[in-house]
Design a protein around this ligand. Structure first.
Ligand code: NDP
Length: 241
C-alpha cells in the first residue's frame, strides 16, 4: 500500500511541485490549501491529486482537516509543512497584524499541523516530516523581520523535534530554498528581480519549484533514514550554510 503524504500549501508554487513529485514517487498525496478554490480545483483537475481546504494557522481546523485526509487516504506517514505567506514591511512600519499573520502561518502553523500527526507517527514508529523554511530565515532579510523570525523559528523547531522523534523512527528535516520562481517571487517588480536579486545568485537564475521538490522526495525516502535535524539549502550558491 502507498505511503500517505500531506503537503500544506500543496496546490500551487513550490507546494504543487512537491505534491506532484511525491505522487510520481508513489505516495498517496493530499494537497492542502487556504482559500484559492480556483487554483486548487485547477490543480486537482490537472493532477488528480485530492485537495483539502483548511487554514494551517488554526489548530482546530488542522485537526478536522487531518481527520478528513485520514478517512480518505489512511494514516499519515509524511508531512510537508510548506504553506507560507509574506506580509513585508520595514520594521518601523510593520503592524502587529503583519507580524502575527506571518508568525501564525509560517511558524505556529508547523506546530498546529505536526501536533496532529505526531502521536500517530509515534504509535506506528514511522514518520517523515519536512519543513520548508527559507534562506531569509538563515540570514535575515530587511523588510521581513516577521518572515525571517518565523522561518528561523522553523529551523529550531526542526532540530528539537528531530531529537524527540529519533527513537521512534521519525525524521524531521528542513529545506531552505533561496529565490524560487513562484507567484511569491514573481510578484517582485521585474526590474528589481533582474537588477538586484538575480545578480546576487551565483548560478545566475531563480530556482525552479521542482528543484525544491526533488529535495523533499529524497528526505522522505528510506535512503534518507539517517538524516534528521538537518537543514538542506537550495539557493544557487547564494549562502553557504
Ligand atoms: P505560494 O504563494 O506560491 O503558495 C503558497 C501556498 O500556501 C498556497 O497553496 C496557499 O494556499 C498556501 N497557504 C498560504 N497560507 C495558508 C494557510 N494559512 N493555510 C493553508 N495553506 C496556506 O508560495 P511559494 O510556493 O512561493 O512558497 C512555498 C513555501 O516556500 C513557503 O513556506 C515560502 O515561505 C517558502 N519559500 C519560498 C521561496 C520562494 O522563492 N518562492 C523562497 C524560500 C522559501 P492558497 O492557494 O489557497 O492561497
Amino acid at each position: 500500500m502507498s505511503r500517505v503524504a500531506v503537503v500544506t500549501g500543496g496546490t500551487r508554487g513550490i507546494g504543487a511541485a512537491i505534491s506532484v513529485a511525491l505522487k510520481n514517487a508513489g505516495y498517496a498525496v493530499a494537497a492542502n490549501y487556504a482559500g484559492n478554490d480556483e487554483k486548487a480545483n485547477a490543480f486537482n483537475g490537472a493532477t488528480g491529486i485530492p485537495v483539502f481546504k483548511w487554514d494551517v494557522s488554526d489548530y482546530a481546523s488542522c485537526g478536522e482537516g487531518i481527520a478528513k485526509v485520514e478517512a480518505e487516504l489512511g494514516s499519515i506517514d509524511v508531512l510537508v509543512n510548506n504553506a507560507g505567506i509574506t506580509r513585508d514591511a520595514m520594521f518601523h512600519k510593520m503592524t502587529p497584524q503583519q507580524w502575527h499573520e506571518v508568525v501564525n502561518t509560517n511558524l505556529t502553523g508547523l506546530f498546529n499541523m505536526t501536533h496532529q500527526v505526531w502521536g500517530g507517527m509515534r504509535d506506528r514508529s514511522y514518520g517523515r516530516i519536512v519543513n520548508i523554511s527559507s534562506i531569509n530565515g538563515q540570514k535575515g532579510q530587511m523588510g521581513q523581520a516577521n518572515y525571517s523570525a518565523a522561518k528561523a523559528g522553523d529551523l529550531g523547531f526542526t532540530k528539537a523535534l528531530a531529537q524527540e522523534g529519533a527513537a521512534k523512527n521519525i525524521t524531521v528535516n528542513a529545506i531552505c530554498p533561496g529565490y524560487i520562481g513562484t507567484e511569491m517571487v514573481l510578484a517582485v517588480p521585474e526590474k528589481v528581480l533582474n537588477e538586484r536579486i538575480i545578480p546576487q545568485i551565483p548560478v545566475g537564475r531563480l530556482g525552479e519549484p521542482e528543484e525544491v521538490a526533488r529535495c523533499v522526495v529524497f528526505l522522505v525516502s528510506d535512503d534518507a533514514g539517517f538524516i534528521t535535524g538537518s537543514t538542506l539549502s537550495a539557493n544557487g550558491g547564494q549562502l553557504f550554510v
